[in-house]
Design a protein around this ligand. Sequence first.
Ligand SMILES: Cc1cc2nc3c(=O)[nH]c(=O)nc-3n(C[C@H](O)[C@H](O)[C@H](O)COP(=O)(O)O)c2cc1C
Length: 211
Amino acid sequence: MNFKEVIYSRRAVNFFDPKKQVPESLLNEIIELAAKAPSGFNLQPWSLIVLRDPEEKLRLQKHAWNQPKISEAPVTLIVLADMDGWKTGNPFLEKNFQEMVKTGAMNEGQRQWFDGARESLYGSSESRKVAFACKNTAFFAMALMLAAKSLGVDTHPMDGFDMDAVRKEFQIPDNYWIPMLIAVGYFDAAKSLVPGKWRKTADEIIVRFDK
Ligand SMILES: Cc1cc2nc3c(=O)[nH]c(=O)nc-3n(C[C@H](O)[C@H](O)[C@H](O)COP(=O)(O)O)c2cc1C
């Protein structure tokens, strides 16, 4: 599938074939393709909880408007966005800095500037922390849905869930926002999807406010 075919054929698939599994190796391939998504300073503040066990998926479903696709899909992902992913001491931040030093993208002398830049861009208010975590993780999530489609696997993103209840149910630490859930599997060919949805045109998307 070329890129245009992937873009046009990806749909939020409401009905999954519960009998058709997504092997772990295929899921890992999808995840690692998605991880090629860009992020600010390459901080990659995303993580996933992978649910396959039917009982665990039902534990999630009860906090997510009881949406049946959560348990019908062979895999449902809880997408996590780390609001502390920019902080000094975060293991991925430190790994990232060392990698940048190794490749010459930064040097140890720039560390103070790097710490200050992250603090002011991402840490200076609660809304900036949420924005940092969620904007980067949304790129990852989109890449994951397109990567899946390119490998013949369907997905469905969802934000119809009670974040506090999901946090409690799966003991998710407070530093994670939960931007969405993603059901992953294969469309149930016995069902039919609603027709493709309308989209804004370029003219409707491009705006100016100063004139
Ligand atoms: C962040 C996000 C959250 C969504 N939440 C839900 C949801 O909770 N339940 C649902 O049925 N669809 C949900 N959707 C699916 C959208 O309704 C769907 O993507 C949109 O109507 C466009 O349809 P398409 O993806 O098939 O092109 C969500 C989509 C996104 C991107």
